[in-house]
Design a protein around this ligand. Structure first.
Ligand SMILES: Cc1cc2nc3c(=O)[nH]c(=O)nc-3n(C[C@H](O)[C@H](O)[C@H](O)COP(=O)(O)OP(=O)(O)OC[C@H]3O[C@@H](n4cnc5c(N)ncnc54)[C@H](O)[C@@H]3O)c2cc1C
Length: 537
């Protein structure tokens, strides 16, 4: 047993932070709470969104604990003609829920069962569970997992419908690559709310609704009550099948190596070499089946004063070649950078390595993030521009502004672009600009900086990651409403092309069939066919 694993066993376990989910649906469910402005619970519920930039102002928040309560809450809202939005983990980057125009928020966070549904032979994960609760329950119960995001506080509700990806995705694909079905409250043309099950079975007449939830984004088609997970091809044997074979098993332990360079030792040449090496490595190792796709890597480039430039790689610690793969990666990325990085190494059991709170846990500030999928590393011109933006202190002084490069590809790139609604199956990296601050009076300063940086970065494509000009579009889970604003996206490339590429027309067909009155809508929701307006009413 590695020393760090042994020490972990002697210390406090992070597992306790994420409670075990109820193992079966609530049979004696609590009543649905209807919380108005004068209710003492209102501020806690209205303020659940993580981005303090937004001012939610719903008249009513409905806390639902069962699918039946969810149907009733949707029905009441439709009957009253109020604009509704659904909230799960509250980790949306934008005001898709915290829009002042939303009058009713349906909060599903009390629906969080995780269990093996014997009848369907699939794992049922209620849409109000967090990723941390899902990871814990699936792993401790059956030794399996769904490849999903890095932040355990994120809600399954929004995350999975947007595609869902994280530390195990290069190895096992996206969450939606293991999605067998969904149960969704939809509203028909007569305004009737009802619960529908949709699966990936070719014979399922509702299959299009399942497909829309494999990357079409949350809040566009209905209220998801639960997701059903089972990897393709695992239910072919005789029943009763072993549930432990229905989903991937995560590694027993994770080996993580981190290389840090202090900014004072990094000049422009060193910076260009580091980001160039990182990009080249991912161009070479993003194919499904490549041994390098075993690694999950990131490069964090904070502005000067915001900490060291940090490369991190993680791999299944039980692989015989784990040390060799990670050493080679660190060596290739560091080659000719000049300054020697400070290296740290840890090995932790999988759950402890996974249930690590993100930087937002316990801190509610204001932020803006802008992201893109990349089919290659950065060009030298882009790297020079980023270096200037990170080191120039003449007009901007925020150390809490960071540019990231995150590994992508591997098994994510195995399915075809139309197999799921998640069309981005050709990227090798994600890049991601993030700015964080507290003072409302500084909004314009920080927003201008990140918007101008992004526009300049994609200057050869009129300011956006245009899939028609060599870039990979962007990720609906990293919602950026700027792209749907004509003043901020002047490229002429529609926002939906950036998010959904060639899958948008099919998503619109699903929208027309399952949400013909557009009951579920927000700034980045799929529009009804013929509705090309950039904003929403
Ligand atoms: C710190 C942080 C780390 C992240 N890391 C990752 C990552 O590693 N990988 C990744 O893919 N993404 C990541 N994300 C993005 C995240 O997946 C999305 O923001 C996701 O939409 C959040 O889901 P939520 O339920 O927490 O958010 P919410 O704000 O509750 O909802 C987001 C959207 O989904 C809709 N929605 C929520 N629940 C339902 C439901 N039950 N039915 C229908 N619609 C629903 C909402 O209406 C809204 O439009 C991260 C975000 C943050 C803030």
């Amino acid at each position: 047993m590695p020393e760090t694993v042994r020490r972990h066993l002697e210390g406090a376990s992070p597992v306790a932070r994420y409670p075990q989910a109820p193992s079966a649906p609530h049979t004696q469910a609590r009543p649905s709470a209807v919380v108005g402005r004068r209710d003492p619970r209102y501020p806690d519920l209205a303020g659940r969104g993580i981005n303090a930039r937004f001012r939610p102002d719903p008249d009513t928040i409905r806390v639902v604990a069962t699918a039946e309560q969810a149907v009733r809450a949707v029905q009441d809202s439709v009957r009253d003609g109020t604009r509704l939005a659904v909230r799960s983990g509250g980790h949306c980057f934008e005001s898709l829920v915290d829009d002042p125009a939303v009058a009713t928020v349906i909060d599903v966070s009390e629906m969080r069962s995780v269990y093996h549904d014997e009848e369907l032979n699939a794992f049922s994960v209620d849409s109000g569970a967090t990723l941390g609760t899902m990871y814990r329950s699936l792993y401790l119960g059956w030794g399996v997992t769904v490849p999903a995001g890095r932040c355990p506080e994120v809600g399954v509700g929004g995350h999975v419908a947007g595609g869902g990806g994280g530390a195990l995705s290069r190895r096992y694909g996206l969450s939606v690559d293991h999605l067998h079905g969904v149960e969704v409250v939809v509203v028909d043309s007569a305004g009737r709310a009802r619960l529908v099950r949709a699966t990936r079975e070719l014979s399922d007449p509702h299959r299009d609704l399942w497909w829309a939830h494999t990357g079409g984004g949350g809040g566009s088609f209905g209220l998801v009550t639960r997701y059903l997970f089972r990897s393709p091809g695992t239910d072919e044997g005789s029943r009763p099948a072993d549930p432990g074979r229905l989903l991937p098993s995560p590694p027993a332990a994770v080996l993580r190596k981190t290389a840090r360079w202090d900014w004072q030792h990094v000049d422009e040449a060193a910076f260009l070499t580091l980001v160039g090496n990182f990009g080249t490595w991912h161009e070479r190792h993003a194919a499904p089946g490549d041994p390098g796709a075993q690694l999950d890597n990131s490069l964090a480039l904070p502005r000067t004063g915001g900490g060291p430039l940090t490369v991190e790689t993680a791999v299944d610690a039980t692989r015989p070649d784990a040390q060799e793969l990670t050493d080679r990666f660190i060596a290739e990325v560091s080659r000719n950078v000049g300054a020697r990085p400070e290296i740290s190494v840890t090995t932790l059991p999988w759950l402890a390595a996974t249930l690590v709170p993100d930087e937002f846990a316990g801190v509610k500030g204001r932020f803006k993030s802008k992201a893109a999928f990349l089919r290659t590393g950065w060009s030298e011109q882009q790297a020079r521009m980023v270096y200037r933006r990170l080191t120039d202190t003449s007009g901007y002084h925020n150390p809490a502004a960071t540019v990231y490069l995150l590994s992508h590809g591997g098994e994510v790139n195995r399915p075809g672009p139309a197999d799921t609604a998640m069309a981005h199956r050709d990227a090798v990296l994600k890049t991601y600009w993030s700015v964080f601050w507290f003072d409302e009076g500084e909004d314009a300063l920080h927003l201008d900086w990140v918007r101008a940086s992004y526009e300049e970065f994609f200057g050869d494509a009129d300011g956006v990651p245009d899939p028609g000009r060599g870039y990979g579009g962007t990720f609906v889970n990293y919602a950026d409403a700027d792209l749907a604003e004509p003043d901020l996206n002047r490229s002429g490339v529609p926002w939906h092309r950036l998010y959904f590429r060639d899958n948008y027309a099919a998503l619109q067909q699903v929208k027309e069939r399952w949400d013909p009155n557009d009951a579920f809508r927000h700034a980045l929701s799929v529009r009804l066919p013929g509705d090309d307006a950039p904003g929403i009413s």
